[in-house]
Write a protein of this length. Structure first.
Length: 213
């Protein structure tokens, strides 16, 4: 798949790098095109780099990997995202680890109001960048929670998650991002306040005994 990545920070480089390694073509878009090109050069032949609008034009799927405070700026810079799968991994964290958007909406739903015609899918927000880059090494595979209102778009993102070592779990409508964003707060607390470290990951387990109808 052609994937545009907006933002060359921890998440952009981890997911973009992992997808390129698996044979996807990745374009890293940065406010500083040289930074995007440099990251692409370090990733290898499946990667290119340049501006944010180049990344958004290139991608059939576009990963929005910027701090939530800068999403509207980045989306404006990206231009039209019509028909694209827009992967939202953001967490609208406050300084004291609350959610700046509150609990009766979500960053994902707010982003959906900013992008005409794009299919917003929430994914990877409750996964640490370190785990994104190394998911294949986990046994069993870490879970990637995925929610969105467009079934095809959700399938695309689930496939992209599986390609780099995650077990995707369909979490229903985009509105359910209201539960996925607090899940990120929980895992951040576990990692940093409670000392478990940022190599931990969520995993949904199933019982071995089949449930009767
Ligand atoms: N770090 C994690 O483990 C993790 C895990 C799950 C979700 N998330 C979420 O993923 C998103 C990205 O996190 P991150 O850790 O990758 O952040 P980061 O390392 O700070 O990178 C964010 C990138 O956003 C880009 N950007 C675009 N517009 C910007 C602006 N106006 N000001 C500053 N930067 C701007 C920058 O890339 P350019 O300089 O190339 O433009 C920057 O490198 C956040 O919403 C975060 O909540 C993070």
């Amino acid at each position: 798949l052609n994937i545009g990545v907006i933002g060359t920070g921890n998440v952009g480089s981890a997911l973009g790098g992992a997808w390129a390694k698996k044979g996807h073509l990745v374009f890293f878009g940065s406010r500083n095109p040289e930074k995007g090109k440099k990251l692409a050069a370090s990733v290898g032949s499946n990667a290119r780099g340049g501006t944010i609008v180049e990344a958004s034009r290139f991608g059939e799927a576009v990963l929005l990997a910027v701090n939530y405070n800068f999403v509207s700026e980045a989306i404006r810079e990206a231009g039209s995202l019509e028909g694209k799968v827009l992967i939202d991994c953001t967490n609208p964290l406050t300084i004291d680890r609350g959610l700046s958007v509150g609990y009766s909406t979500s960053a994902a739903e707010e982003i959906a109001t900013l992008v005409n015609g794009a299919h917003v899918v929430k994914a990877f927000n409750a996964v640490f960048a370190r785990v994104m880059a190394t998911a294949e090494e986990y046994e069993p595979a870490p879970t990637a929670f995925v929610c969105g209102d467009d079934e095809d778009a959700k399938r695309v993102v689930s496939r992209l998650a599986a390609d780099i070592g995650f077990e995707p779990v369909d979490c229903g409508r985009l509105k359910n991002a209201r539960f996925l964003e607090p899940a990120a707060v929980l895992i951040i607390q576990l990692a940093y306040s409670l000392g478990m470290g940022n190599d931990i990951a969520f995993r949904i387990l199933r019982g071995q005994v089949p449930c009767g109808g």
